[in-house]
Write a protein that binds this ligand. Structure first.
Ligand SMILES: [Zn+2]
Length: 216
């Protein structure tokens, strides 16, 4: 099962590196520049810019205030590997633009759950109706809440509404987490249980079927 993803945040000791994606210790520096004219030895010092250097890959992440300005993509958590490829692509595209356009990322994540509803056996044309049908079929309440959160916030990204996502990377990072939560509950966990159950000896499975009254 996937370990928890710790999003990069200014000043913290360790996070999932935007360069190598590994959870690793970070060393923090102010940005300092030196002129190559040694005779004059001019130095440039700007404490608004910070660099966190990753202990695992040694690559820098460059910050201006609270915002990552390099690398420009991948600051949000990677997609659940069990998501269908088409949905992974939307998710990755959302990650690529999230720093520059949280609204755009939220709209793409809404699209990705629309496709996820289709993957879960719904028509996929109307998310609201699809979630309703999934609830009637026994969808766990937390998954319903996660789906509706991405739906409502994603809708606000497209249509004028009460939620202003313009500069709200924090909310959008939570939406990435919710999409993965949904995928984990609806795809990964059932798959893992199927794998373990399928490895039980045949006579045990027969015994269970007889106990529960299904003979096929
Ligand atoms: Zn790294």
């Amino acid at each position: 099962m996937k370990a928890e993803y710790i999003a990069p945040q200014k000043g913290i000791n360790a996070f999932n590196c935007p360069n190598c994606h590994v959870y690793a210790k970070q060393q923090w520096f102010f940005m300092l520049g030196a002129s190559d004219n040694q005779g004059y030895g001019q130095r440039y010092n700007n404490q608004d810019f910070l660099i966190s250097s990753c202990e695992n890959c040694s690559s820098p992440t460059i910050w201006l205030g609270d915002k990552i300005i390099f690398p420009i993509h991948s600051a949000s958590e990677p997609p659940n590997i069990d998501l269908p490829d088409e949905i992974k692509q939307d998710y990755e595209e959302a990650r690529t633009i999230a720093n520059l356009s949280p609204r755009g990322a939220a709209a793409l994540l809404r699209l990705s759950i629309q496709k996820l509803c289709a993957h879960l056996g719904q028509p996929g044309n109307n998310i609201n109706a699809d979630i309703k049908a999934l609830v009637e079929a026994g969808l766990p309440p937390k998954v319903q809440q996660a789906l509706d959160s991405v739906r409502v916030i994603g809708n606000n990204a497209v249509h004028p509404g009460e939620i202003d996502l313009k500069d709200d990377l924090e909310t959008v990072n939570k939406l990435f987490k919710l999409v993965n939560f949904i995928a984990n509950k609806m795809i990964t966990e059932p798959k893992e249980i199927d794998e373990i159950y399928g490895s039980l000896p045949e006579n045990k499975i027969e015994g269970i079927n007889q106990r529960d009254g299904n003979n096929n």
